[in-house]
Ligand binder design. Structure first.
Ligand SMILES: [Zn+2]
Length: 342
């Protein structure tokens, strides 16, 4: 469970709504309950030195540390984690890169717990005023990347921390990054539990690790783990799937216009194993392409394909609704075995 004051949820929803084409985000500060549930007392916007593009968000570390130091002194609250937006990128879960960033930060800071909040435009709407989804994640062992199923609980009204800031003379002069949402703003939003997806993900963890491959480049260390424990019944043993070769030969040619030198690829099961999310990204992080691949009963298909480039403001949908693209037959066996619902 992740608790957040309505004033803080509104601040991050408003920030998300203002940037439908790039990733934005901020810091989450608060306290942990005795049962290990975070309560967010302050959600900031990006600090002045943050990096934001269509494909990534990096919070301003100096700003983050300064706010944390100040609030620890004045109110005894600390950093809980970060929130960020996947705008209309088509990625409705944390990416492998997002989870690795949290793991790295937890190891560096030696903090056992962390949380993440993800926002994204519901459906494929990128219109101003479009509905925004919010999905909370709690890490019970952040350094190891262990997530717990998480629900969002909204606490009514104004956070006491924000109220104190306003009493102290308004937050606008402190930093634009501490601004709340305008009182009149009421953009539509919904919360999405990470419960179902993450329960499945936990079950899928060994499979997911094995399927993660850095293609066209160096493999991450965990890709060398090759045990068949946890593989779905009837699935090909993961180490018998030549992902590099299959994707290089059959998927990479679909990516017209993307520089394929040093392209990285991660394939992860989603939707309780019924589909694969294939994230392709240039080493320089300038372009990201997300393919959703599944077995449609007859053949392996790409049913959604979105892309975004750091130097362009829009993200692009390549597959029209209800017009899945068939993949080469050579991929049928692997995709069928890896995506059949269990
Ligand atoms: Zn992300």
């Amino acid at each position: 469970m992740l608790r957040i004051y309505a004033s803080e949820l509104r601040a991050l929803l408003h920030e998300t709504s203002e940037y439908p084409q790039i990733e934005t985000g901020g810091s989450l500060l608060g306290l942990w309950s005795v049962n290990g549930n975070p309560t967010v007392f302050l959600a900031t916007r990006p600090g002045p030195g943050s990096q934001r593009s269509a494909t990534h968000f990096v919070q301003d570390a100096a700003f983050h540390n300064q706010v944390e130091r100040r609030l620890l002194e004045s109110d005894g609250i600390q950093s809980l984690g970060l929130w960020h937006s996947h705008h209309s990128l088509g990625l409705h879960e944390l990416s492998g890169g997002d989870r690795r960033r949290t793991q790295d930060a937890a190891r560096r800071s030696r903090r056992a717990r962390s949380c993440d909040l993800l926002t994204y435009f519901s459906g494929s709407s990128t219109q101003a005023g479009g509905e925004i989804s919010v999905k909370p994640y709690v890490y019970t062992d952040a350094a190891a990347g262990v997530l717990a199923p998480t629900q969002l609980v909204v606490l009514d009204g104004m956070s006491p921390i924000r109220a104190a800031m306003l009493r102290a003379g308004g937050d606008a002069h402190l930093s634009p990054a501490l601004r709340g949402a305008p009182d009149t703003w009421a953009g539509p939003w919904r919360s999405a539990d990470s419960t179902a997806a993450l329960a499945a993900q936990e079950e899928d963890q060994p499979v997911q690790e094995r399927h993660r491959r850095s293609l066209f480049g160096r493999r991450p260390k965990e890709a060398t783990v090759e045990t068949s424990a946890g593989a779905p019944a009837g699935a090909p043993a993961a180490n018998s799937v030549e992902w590099e070769e299959l994707l290089e030969r059959h998927v990479a040619p679909l990516l017209g216009g993307v520089d394929q030198a040093g392209l990285e690829c991660e394939a992860e099961p989603i939707a309780e194993g019924r589909a694969l999310q294939v994230l392709l990204r240039t080493k320089t992080r300038t372009a990201t392409r997300v393919l959703y691949v599944a077995w449609d009963g007859r053949q392996a298909v790409v049913f959604r394909d979105t892309g975004a480039w750091a130097n362009r403001t829009e993200s692009v949908e390549y597959v029209r609704e209800n017009e899945a693209i068939a993949l080469p037959r050579a991929l049928d066996g692997a995709i069928r075995g890896l995506t059949t619902a269990r």
